[in-house]
Design a protein around this ligand. Structure first.
Ligand code: UD1
Ligand code: CA
Length: 448
């Protein structure tokens, strides 16, 4: 296949009203331009080239390995393509041009567009779709059923404005013809820009074959120019993602109220309740229950896990664990099988071995807790002295009484018992009882 893609991403995106370059705004967790690049990388092109300009360093941080050319001044989409002249001048194939702000395009659509372009032996093929309200898009102007040009909103007469077939901003061009036509575009229009779309009329005047490839699903070509369109794109993408999960056997109570990023994987028969937020590199096993107000990011969660109203970050949760309500797993925590952490329990960089229970109001940081140990309500590992962090290790089958302060570094032996309300500063040997609190005093009849 002799195909290159060119992705226009140099514009500022003024209508977005943002410090962030438009193409870096995220749709379901993925920056728009990255999404387009990912799609382009699956269609068999030999090279994918980005056109960068406004805040190019920021875009390159997201896509450090991309081929790119710079458009110093953003003088229009046609001007942007001209910047890639060097990369195209000896190329005798097809250039697919896309905009960095149409993240919903599917791989299949791009392949179909290319196939259609080849099949019809056109010089130029435009991807189009129909919008009931086509405001803002370039209109496809036809005569006797043939494309004769694209007219931008700003230059459109009332008659042209009534045309509902719009330019998706995606095209296949034969490289040689494209460069020849680009030499002849100018900026004598309302915006004073060099429009890529003017190439079409030049092709037609040259007597070349121009085709329009009409796409049924107009959602796919949505161009994101504003925060309103960004929200629209997020909703469409969210729906696509959630439907894919349902096809794979995941259960949603209300698919509209669940936000799941593209990268997340979920096993079958897991139920996701309204208000769940699943992000990043998260993998969730089968048969889990993810209840409302739960946020899980970059976690690996096993099977039969139940999480209620909790936040889980960069952690591993094994099978049959129960979490919450109102628990917080901070990075590098590892809850092994059948662990339970309950109300207001925070765990950071700690390993809780199989069957550990910490039901209430507890902080476990930099700790290793042995199998089946019970952590009483209000237990705190005092891991920080203001400068350094220290470790707490607790053996298996231990019982830490309520309201215990474990002042790290400290070790509690296997099967040891710590009395409620203790402040533990010295190691407790296995099987021992440690109590460290002032003795209770009784003064009879004191209140009389
Ligand atoms: C463009 C099309 C319009 C089409 C619509 C589809 C032109 C003149 N118009 O309009 O027909 O219906 O897309 O979404 O092409 N860019 C640069 N350099 C520039 C200007 C823009 O790289 O100098 C990039 C932008 O970063 C963006 C893309 O090109 O990713 C499109 O630019 P934008 O200003 O959004 O064009 P539209 O007005 O939406
Ligand atoms: Ca646009």
């Amino acid at each position: 296949m002799s195909l290159k893609t060119l992705i226009l991403a140099a514009g500022k995106g003024t209508r977005m009203k943002s410090e962030l370059p438009k193409v870096l705004h995220k749709v379901c967790g993925v920056p728009m331009v990255q999404k387009i690049v990912n799609t382009c990388s699956k269609i068999g092109s030999i090279e994918n080239i980005l056109i960068l300009g406004h805040k190019k360093e920021e875009v390159l941080k997201v896509l450090p390995d991309m081929e790119y050319v710079i458009q110093e001044e953003q003088l229009g989409t046609g001007h942007a393509v001209i910047q890639a002249k060097e990369k195209l001048k000896d190329f005798d194939g097809t250039v697919m041009i896309l905009c960095g702000d149409t993240p919903l395009l599917r791989e299949e659509t791009l392949k179909e567009l290319y196939d259609y372009h080849k099949k019809t032996a056109a010089i130029t093929t435009i991807l189009t779709s129909i919008y009931e309200n086509p405001f803002g898009y370039g209109r496809i102007v036809k005569k006797d059923g043939n494309v004769i040009g694209i007219v931008e909103e700003k230059e459109a007469s009332e008659e042209v404005k009534a045309i509902k077939e719009v330019n998706a901003g995606v095209y296949c061009f034969e490289a040689k013809e494209l460069l020849s036509a680009l030499d002849r575009i100018d900026n004598r229009n309302e915006k004073g820009e060099y429009y890529l779309t003017d190439v079409i009329a030049i092709n037609v005047n040259d007597g070349k074959k121009v085709e329009a490839f009409l796409l049924e699903d107009n959602d796919e070509i949505l161009g994101i120019n504003s925060k309103i369109e960004l929200e629209k794109a997020n909703c469409i993408m969210k729906n696509r993602i959630n439907e894919k999960h349902m096809e794979n056997g995941v259960i949603f109570i209300d698919k509209n109220s669940v936000y799941i990023e593209e990268s997340v994987q979920i096993g079958q028969d897991t139920v996701v309740y309204p208000g769940a937020l699943l992000q990043g590199d998260t993998v969730i096993g089968q048969n889990c229950e993810i209840l409302g107000n739960t946020r899980i990011i970059d976690c690996k969660v096993g099977n039969d896990v139940r999480v209620e109203s909790s936040v889980l970050e960069e952690s591993i949760v094994e099978d049959r664990v129960t979490i919450g309500p109102f628990a917080h797993l901070r990075p590098k925590s590892h809850l092994k099988e059948e662990v339970h952490i309950g109300n207001f329990v925070e765990v950071k960089k700690s390993v809780l071995e199989k069957g550990v229970k910490a039901g209430h109001l507890t902080y476990l940081g930099d700790a290793i807790v042995g199998e089946k140990t019970n952590i009483g309500a209000g237990t705190i590992t005092c891991n920080y002295d203001g400068k350094n962090k220290f470790k707490t290790t607790i053996g298996k089958n231990a019982f830490i009484g309520s309201d215990t302060m474990l002042v790290a570094p400290v070790n509690i032996g296997e099967n040891a018992l710590v009395g409620a309300g203790s402040v533990i500063t010295k190691d407790v040997p296995e099987n021992a009882l440690a109590v460290s609190r002032s003795k209770q005093v009784i003064k009879f009849d004191w209140r009389k």
